[in-house]
Design a protein around this ligand. Structure first.
Ligand SMILES: NC(=O)c1ccc[n+]([C@@H]2O[C@H](COP(=O)([O-])OP(=O)(O)OC[C@H]3O[C@@H](n4cnc5c(N)ncnc54)[C@H](OP(=O)(O)O)[C@@H]3O)[C@@H](O)[C@H]2O)c1
Length: 238
């Protein structure tokens, strides 16, 4: 079956949503390569290493995965919202240059460099999808609440990079689609400290989110390329 569907690559396969996406894609019959910065002890299939902050590791992973069945899905499921010394800003006064740059590096620069090295691996004349997980809070026109400056700005930057890279991709690989996807609010380590205000029934398990995201990806058309869509298939305004 993997022959017919081809390959799927999942970056950040050790994360909550990334792990669920890799498992579902394998269940669907894709030949999945799981990419992470550390070995994935529970993953029975193919693996490769990369670090978003090390472009040479992305070039090496691309060289390693170049040959094989056609690559029809690439998903970047990495991301950063909080870590030691990094927490979403609650005020303008909390802005910190190091934190802003760190979130740009992980949420915008890293996924764009993955696109730089892996878009050339997509088939020239067959449909394929490259999706990077973004976030609704990256929408500039939808921002009424404020706060979370560095996360919002880094996801807005990611969305702009997606739109920009999609313009060239349309010329070189007309059937390839490049999008950002908002996975919903998902019960993972990333959202753990911020789940209190989530309305009943709107906190997805990683598997629920993965199922919806893969359905959205299956339904995309060329007109969607460059845009950002939510887990329910609706377009998120820039
Ligand atoms: N969860 C939500 O509610 C939610 C909502 C909106 C958008 N999103 C977006 O969805 C995506 C997936 O998030 P998640 O909830 O699944 O978070 P998660 O469980 O924390 O997964 C994030 C992944 O990113 C990886 N990563 C971070 N820095 C890296 C680096 N330098 N190199 C390689 N990998 C790196 C982590 O690897 P390690 O395990 O090695 O650290 C981890 O596997 C993110 O883009 C997030 O912004 C999530």
């Amino acid at each position: 079956m993997g022959e017919a569907l081809g390959r799927a690559l999942v970056f950040g396969a050790g994360g909550g949503v990334g792990g669920a996406l890799a498992a579902r894609l394998a269940d669907q019959g894709y030949e999945v390569a799981a990419l992470a910065r550390r070995p994935l002890l529970d993953w029975p299939g193919r693996q490769a290493r990369f670090d978003l902050e090390d472009e040479a590791s992305l070039a090496a992973a691309a060289a390693e995965l170049k040959e094989g069945a056609p690559i029809r899905r690439i998903i970047v499921a990495t991301g950063l919202l909080h870590a030691e010394g990094v927490s979403p800003e609650r005020s303008n006064a909390a802005l910190d240059a190091a934190q802003l740059l760190r979130l740009y590096a992980i949420n915008a620069v890293g996924p764009a460099l993955i696109a730089k090295h892996f878009l050339p691996l997509l088939p020239r004349d067959e449909p394929s999808v490259f999706a990077a997980l973004s976030a609704r809070v990256g929408s500039i026109s939808d921002n009424r609440l404020g706060g979370w400056h560095s996360y919002r700005a880094s996801k807005a930057a990611l969305n702009m990079l997606i739109q920009t890279m999609a313009i060239e991709l349309k010329r070189t690989r007309p059937q390839a689609i490049l999008v950002g996807l908002h996975p919903g609010t998902v019960d993972t380590a990333l959202s753990k400290p911020f789940q209190r205000g989530v309305p009943e029934g709107r906190l997805f398990t990683p598997d629920e989110s993965a199922e919806r995201l893969l359905t959205v990806m299956d339904g995309l058309g060329p007109e969607d390329s460059g845009g950002v869509l939510a887990w329910d298939g609706t377009r998120i305004a820039a």
